[in-house]
Design a protein around this ligand. Structure first.
Ligand SMILES: N[C@@H](CCC(=O)N[C@@H](CS)C(=O)NCC(=O)O)C(=O)O
Length: 203
């Protein structure tokens, strides 16, 4: 097994999907939490975090890292079509979270942010989650968004719903398929152990 060092800030953010994949696969790695940015920016291959060192080779881009790990540890489904279905679900999750970032996270005025968050949760988030659920219903089976076993798409769904439910814990009340996927992810022994011990950070 290669020697992995995953570099990111002390948060879940864009690195958490890779941490979840590594946890689900029971892979040892060094979880480097960078606290001297921007002093170490020049160490990062494109000046951004996350990046992963694979036996010293530095690979940037959160989704390239996650997809590489998912392929390595058989979390992309059983063939190329499954892999494309998982990619489509991940991209739909990304669209949803990009909307959150642009419409809520970047708003600096506290009162405006509160209004933007309320609108996002009651409108954009619901539409985005409907899209994710529609794909999962079409591509997967009970507890899995693609095929009949765990993929990184399930882990991504867990991660984004965890983030959104921090703002509204009943957000998934009308999303039974997504709830089943979350339950299946949490019933994975390695993931359960990881979630129990992971540092609590706001993002
Ligand atoms: N497309 C890149 C975006 C990476 C990115 O925006 N990273 C941010 C943190 S989430 C960063 O490194 N910010 C600090 C900087 O650019 O100096 C990815 O998905 O990895």
């Amino acid at each position: 097994m290669p020697n992995y060092k995953l570099h990111y800030f002390n948060g879940r953010g864009r690195a958490e999907i890779s941490r979840l994949i590594l946890a689900a696969s029971g892979v040892n790695y060094e979880d480097v939490r960078v606290n001297d940015w921007p002093k170490t920016k020049s160490d990062a291959p494109v000046g951004q975090l996350p990046y992963i060192e694979i036996d010293g080779l530095k690979l940037p881009q959160s989704l390239s890292i996650a997809r590489y790990l998912a392929r390595e540890y058989n979390l992309v489904g059983k063939n190329n079509l499954d892999a494309a279905k998982a990619d489509a679900i991940v991209d739909t999750c990304i669209d949803l979270m990009t909307g959150f970032y642009q419409k809520v996270f970047l708003v600096t005025d506290i009162a405006e942010k509160e209004v933007a968050l309320k609108k996002f949760l009651s409108d954009d988030a619901i539409k985005g989650l409907e899209n994710v659920e529609k794909l999962a219903k079409q591509f997967g089976s009970k507890g899995f968004s693609v095929g009949k076993s765990l993929t990184w798409a399930d882990l991504f769904i867990h991660e984004i719903t965890y983030s959104l439910m921090n703002y509204q814990d009943n957000l998934l009340d009308n999303f039974q398929v997504l709830k089943q996927i979350r339950e299946a992810v949490e019933s994975n022994e390695n993931i359960a152990k990881y979630l129990k011990n992971r540092p609590v950070t706001p993002f």
